[in-house]
Design a protein around this ligand. Structure first.
Ligand SMILES: Cc1cc2nc3c(=O)[nH]c(=O)nc-3n(C[C@H](O)[C@H](O)[C@H](O)COP(=O)(O)OP(=O)(O)OC[C@H]3O[C@@H](n4cnc5c(N)ncnc54)[C@H](O)[C@@H]3O)c2cc1C
Length: 492
């Protein structure tokens, strides 16, 4: 039997290329969205892959990649609702696409689906500065929203590294995290209301009430649902006044264990820094100037937003926490330099597009008691297969942390995908064995769908039931998030 954990490989190899749209399907599409759809090669190509490394690499090398049948640009929830009827009538499933920055294949149309792009649903609908709420359409780009808010002296505080290349709807669908997550929270902490269209055609509305005791919070069902249960059309987000001051600091630890101890102490305090990022020694190379860390070490970058006097006090307090645990102060300039370069992913991009190699990132999460063991297990598992492996802890909580692993591997051209699949296998097995979750913020998509039954933090049978409830005909992003054929169950 094929191992469901690697079904993405067959999916890619056997992906259907687009088939011509029938005259009836074209006519019905025009009656819904006018001429806002296309079967032009350039549009189909553009919607064929996201930033999932094996698909990107395939496209770069001219190898087979899937292609959608049509790309559609709805502008209203009613369009989306009508498109579900169209999808049912013509037997063409829908894949929602934000900006295509997802890195796990969530927006890749594997079976000749129609890609429903949210690109033209890009209005900022309402702003309520008194309540601190902004309502946006799903296709608003993250960077555009932040600039719009900053012009009004507000911020969302959600700064993923991909802020300029991702949409708010994509953030919601993937449960994204931003650099300042321990200050402003992750996306689920700032989403206050949603409008979602479900495959039955209903437009569901969850109003941005601050809290209610009215049964389970059903809005959360769609946060992280990766376009498999419904299409998010509008989002209410909590915004804050721009902070008076943003300051940084940096420390270096001789051992990762010391760094983890300091990071944990900061994360468990009532006032953690908004930005916390601890690198292992391999990841730390080049992060802090060599003359500041003559013997290598593990850099810790910290950042605070808030009133000037308060952030200074917090910085002093954090400095004591770090120094008491073996940290050496290397000064705020090193952290500012890191911050200014944080959008540079050129090395990773070059690593992905090689004939004889590939690069990727794997982000997982674990409790503090397991964090160091998870790091060493995953790095040790990957090292024999990779040229370079490094890690950092960049989203912290009172009870645990994320771990983000960056890997570069080389192999004969025809063997790259085998070795890449093996790298993911050993990394996720090591993570699960050491007690971690298989994803902290990139999500599941195609890459991890076969691993979901082994994930300790959820019950995949309930996800399957929900999928059957909302989308009995599998019209929406089939094969993503949950692989209905997966055989790999949670170990006892
Ligand atoms: C260089 C780089 C840096 C990154 N940094 C971060 C980071 O710091 N933090 C982080 O969390 N992620 C990061 N990512 C991953 C990616 O940016 C996020 O997953 C992002 O949330 C995806 O948004 P998108 O609009 O590009 O969505 P897409 O890639 O278009 O779609 C992602 C998934 O969401 C679904 N989807 C999109 N829009 C909707 C909608 N309106 N309704 C329902 N489903 C929808 C799609 O079907 C797909 O399953 C990074 C990626 C890159 C390439």
């Amino acid at each position: 039997m094929t191992d469901a954990r690697f079904s993405w490989r067959n999916d890619l190899e056997n992906a259907r290329l687009n088939e011509p749209l029938t005259t009836e399907a074209s006519r019905d599409l025009t009656s819904i969205v006018g001429n806002a759809w296309s079967t032009d090669d350039v549009d189909l190509d553009q919607a064929s892959v996201d930033r999932w490394p094996p698909a990107l690499r395939r496209r770069h090398l001219g190898l087979k990649v899937p292609r959608p049948t049509v790309v559609i640009w709805p502008t209203t929830a009613q369009h989306v609702s009508d498109l579900f009827q169209w999808s049912k009538l013509h037997g063409i499933a829908l894949v929602t696409r934000g900006a295509g920055s997802g890195v796990v294949g969530g927006a890749v149309p594997l079976h000749g689906e129609a890609v429903l792009s949210t690109e033209r649903m890009n209005a900022i609908v309402a702003f309520d500065p008194t309540s601190g709420l902004v309502r946006v359409e799903a296709g608003v780009m993250g960077g555009d929203l932040e600039t719009w808010l900053n012009q009004r002296d507000f911020t969302l505080g959600h700064y993923p590294q991909s802020i300029a290349i991702s949409t708010v709807g994509g953030w919601v669908a993937t449960r994204a995290s931003g650099t300042f997550s321990s200050g402003y929270g992750n996306i689920e902490d700032v989403v206050r209301g949603l409008e979602v269209v479900v495959p039955g055609g209903d437009v569901l509305s969850f109003a941005p009430i601050p809290r209610s005791a009215t049964g389970p919070n059903l809005r959360e069902l769609f946060v992280g649902s990766e376009g498999t249960l419904g299409i998010v059309t509008q989002i209410d987000l909590q915004v804050r006044r721009l902070p008076e001051s943003r300051i940084f600091d940096a420390f270096v630890f001789d051992t990762l264990g010391q760094g983890i101890e300091a990071t944990r102490a900061l994360a468990q305090s009532l006032y953690p820094p908004a930005l916390v990022r601890l690198y292992d020694a391999a990841g730390g190379k080049g992060i802090i100037a060599d003359n500041d860390v003559p013997n290598g070490g593990c850099p810790l970058i910290l950042g605070w937003d808030g009133p000037s006097d308060i952030v200074e006090i917090l910085r002093e307090h954090s400095a004591r926490t770090c120094l008491d645990r073996g940290g050496r102060a290397v000064g705020p300039a090193a952290a500012t330099e890191w911050f200014d370069k944080r959008f540079d992913v050129s090395a990773l991009e070059r690593g992905i597009e090689r004939v004889d190699g590939i690069a990727d990132t794997i982000e997982i999460a674990a409790s503090w008691s397991d964090a160091e063991q998870v790091h060493s297990a995953v790095v040790e598992a990957l090292s024999p297969l990779c040229d370079r492996v490094s890690g950092h802890f960049s989203h912290v909580y009172p009870t645990g942390t994320s771990l983000y692993v960056v890997l570069f591997l080389s192999a004969d051209a025809g063997d790259v995908e085998n070795q890449y699949a093996e790298a993911w296998r050993v990394a996720l097995e090591a993570a699960l064995d050491a007690g971690a979750s298989i994803s902290h913020h990139h999500g599941i998509g195609l890459m991890r769908a076969g691993w979901m039954p082994a994930e300790p933090s959820t019950e995949v049978s309930i996800l399957r039931d929900l999928k059957r409830l909302f989308d009995p005909q599998s019209l929406l992003n089939p094969g993503k998030l949950i692989n209905t054929t997966a055989q790999h169950d949670r170990p006892n």
